[in-house]
Design a protein around this ligand. Structure first.
Ligand code: AHM
Ligand code: MG
Length: 330
């Protein structure tokens, strides 16, 4: 049986839809190299070395930086900045963008959450890497806000790697969503989930219910509604919340359901970042037939005003996200 690797797949997509310069396939190849390194490091986390735990510093979002956050950030940064395919890199872990010198630069902007859910590493729970790719828009060599603050819908591609019971890469370049599983014996990601479609409706809701007291009434009512018994509309829903966005999202993508990080009294704009979490996952979910919204606005219609901007997030099966929007409207 012919096995398809990620690079072959991206090359085909470039030929069919994007114009075949090969630059996207080559960027994807570098992302995979980083993902393999992180996957190996995570597999041995806990065995000697000094790799688990916090660094003692906080990132721009005020969160404790884990040693593996640092490692993932510097690994992707060093590989991708030298790839010749990007002119700037932004990261959840870096306050400011890294600008690649023009002589080494390519046409893409790369944005990443290098290790999402990193507070789960010490307890052997799945984590992930999220990335988003935009094209440089401004003329000339200089990287400007026009390049770094683009509308979500203008993404060229987005994807994530989930470091779970197996390591998987899921990506979209705007033509379907495709999943690849790392075969550890080959060291290659092999197409295992072609053309993923999210069910129109699920029966899972994922939210941190510990925040209930900080929610507004409409949010509280929506969650109560999902818990009511009504066989005809498939309720009650099951609660599933890992606390690693990539893992929660991945499960809901395959099984159907809704993930929420709403606005609350503590975090009026939610907790998840537009460029590193909400935007790329919105691009993926829409390409799989799902929906992503702030509750009142389509995520992909947002143009951020700050690299680290947060947005409230409702993402998953179309029907479930629409139901949330309905509750938040009324
Ligand atoms: P991180 O990128 O620093 O790991 O933070 C994002 C994580 C998400 O993976 C997860 O969905 C969310 O934070 C969990 O937040 P909370 O603990 O508030 O429920
Ligand atoms: Mg994150």
């Amino acid at each position: 049986m012919k096995q398809t690797t990620v690079v072959q797949h991206v090359q085909e997509q470039e030929k069919k839809f994007l114009g075949a310069t090969g630059e996207l396939a080559s960027l994807m190849n570098e992302i995979l190299a980083g993902a393999k390194i992180i996957s190996l490091e995570l597999n041995k986390a806990g065995i000697g070395g000094d790799i688990l735990g916090a660094t003692g510093t906080r990132n721009v979002h005020g969160e404790a930086v884990q040693k593996l956050d640092d490692l993932a950030n510097s690994t992707f940064l060093s590989i991708i900045s030298k790839s010749g395919t990007v002119c700037a890199i932004t990261s959840e872990e870096m306050e400011n963008p890294v600008i690649v010198p023009p002589e080494q630069a390519g046409k893409y902007i790369f944005m990443m959450d290098p290790l999402d859910g990193s507070s789960n590493i010490d307890v052997n729970v799945s984590t992930g890497t999220i990335f988003s790719i935009y094209r440089k828009k401004s003329p000339g060599d200089k990287v400007t806000d026009q390049d770094l603050l683009q509308k979500g819908a203008d993404q060229v591609a987005a994807g994530y790697v989930v470091y779970g019971s197996s390591t998987m890469l899921v990506y979209s370049s705007g033509h379907g969503v495709h999943g690849f599983t790392l075969d550890p014996s080959l060291g290659d990601f092999i197409l295992s989930h072609p053309d993923i479609r999210i069910p129109e409706q699920g029966n899972i809701y994922s939210v941190n219910e510990g925040n209930t007291e900080n929610w507004g009434d409409k949010q509280k009512k929506f969650i109560s509604y999902l818990k009511e018994k009504d066989r005809a509309s498939g309720r009650p829903y099951k609660a599933r919340y890992i606390g690693s966005f990539v893992s929660d999202f991945h499960r809901n993508l395959l099984k159907g359901g809704i993930f929420m990080y709403p606005s609350d009294a503590k975090n009026p704009s939610g907790k998840l970042r537009f460029e590193f979490e909400a935007g790329p996952m919105a691009f993926i979910v829409e390409n799989a037939g799902g929906r992503a919204s702030t509750g009142s606005e389509r995520i992909l219609d947002i143009t951020p005003t700050d690299i680290h901007q947060c947005v409230p997030l409702y993402i998953g099966s179309r029907f479930d996200v629409e139901a949330a929007e309905e509750f938040l409207r009324n």
